[in-house]
Design a protein around this ligand. Sequence first.
Ligand SMILES: CC(C)(COP(=O)(O)OP(=O)(O)OC[C@H]1O[C@@H](n2cnc3c(N)ncnc32)[C@H](O)[C@@H]1OP(=O)(O)O)[C@@H](O)C(=O)NCCC(=O)NCCS
Length: 156
Amino acid sequence: MLLVDLKPRIDDPQVQQVRALSMFPATAESVQRVMDRIRKNKERMLWGIENGESVLAIVEYYIREDEVIYIAGIAVSEQCRGQGIGRFMINTLQSKYNMAIELETDDDAIGFYRKCGFETSPFDKNNIRRYKCVLPVIKTNPRTSPPSSANDPLPQ
Ligand SMILES: CC(C)(COP(=O)(O)OP(=O)(O)OC[C@H]1O[C@@H](n2cnc3c(N)ncnc32)[C@H](O)[C@@H]1OP(=O)(O)O)[C@@H](O)C(=O)NCCC(=O)NCCS
């Protein structure tokens, strides 16, 4: 599997349909608003998974000033769910940047983020339960971390 840049395909209806799967409600207007936001902001990334010409999954994100990856939307096409594609996208983003990941979600998808290792904290938004989800990054400094056993050589 490969996470690829789908921004060059932003006008492709397939890309828009998969992006719309994580929009509630997804109306023609709201989808166009999101697509315009991605087109106009060069910091907005739109990556995903393809199989030939088919778009299987999408993740929209940007890097915040505090060096956190903020996910604005993530979705896997219905027939491809439950095969590890969502988790693959999260893990690939984290190893690509070596940064924490943050996003907001609801009761429907919270189980997925917990399975992926996110720390979750509930809050109320207009009487609807939402969750702030954070996947921390483990930063190790080989020069200051102790060797794992007394017999291991010190890091160079
Ligand atoms: C949420 C979503 C992206 C997950 O993608 P996916 O490819 O199906 O997830 P994965 O196969 O990588 O699942 C990883 C783990 O999370 C679990 N999981 C996936 N979706 C879940 C859900 N909605 N609730 C609880 N657990 C879930 C899987 O069972 C799997 O568990 P395992 O490690 O025990 O096998 C996908 O279901 C989706 O597109 N949903 C609609 C859009 C959406 O809700 N986006 C998120 C909005 S914030």
